[in-house]
Write a protein that binds this ligand. Structure first.
Ligand code: ZN
Length: 156
């Protein structure tokens, strides 16, 4: 899924669970669970470094939305809650961060995690299948998860 979906769901986990260790474990677990939902990705194995502006845009929109909600809605947020939200976001992004380290930095010891993560994406459709393209109809899961997360962040 896109990073914004992971960031927003990670923020929901951080905001609603008190124990930071449970936040971290749940955020990683939810990342893998969300990636199991069929979805298209805007990067694939042929992506060039020049396409990484998409990653920056994706990161900034997710973080920007969380920041705006915290700033305008949660003025009474305690340090502990902000810390947990940050932990939730960090661990919800970690699997994709590790993929990047394996893929572009050549950290080969991350191979087993990389392959497990990759396999989740290939269960439904192989690489370069039309269903793996980044399209609205392929990414309704992203739309749903992001809007549901924003709703929960604002309401609770
Ligand atoms: Zn992922």
């Amino acid at each position: 899924m896109i990073l914004a979906s992971h960031i927003l769901s990670g923020a929901v986990i951080g905001e609603n669970i008190n124990n930071p260790y449970i936040v971290a474990i749940s955020a990683v677990a939810v990342h893998f669970l969300l990636d199991f939902v069929p979805h298209g990705d805007y990067l694939d194995k042929k992506s060039k470094f020049q396409e990484f502006w998409k990653v920056a845009l994706d990161l900034l929109s997710g973080l920007g939305i969380v920041f705006a909600i915290l700033y305008f809605q949660k003025a009474d947020f305690t340090f502990h809650q902000i810390q947990n939200t940050a932990i939730g976001i960090f661990f919800s992004l970690l699997p994709d961060g590790l993929t990047l380290l394996y893929w572009k930095m050549g950290m080969k010891f991350l191979g087993p995690i990389y392959r497990f993560h990759q396999k989740l994406h290939l269960i439904h459709y192989p690489d370069f299948a039309p269903e793996r393209e980044f399209r609205l109809k392929n990414n309704l899961g992203d739309v749903f998860v992001s809007f549901l997360s924003i709703f929960i962040l604002i309401i609770f």
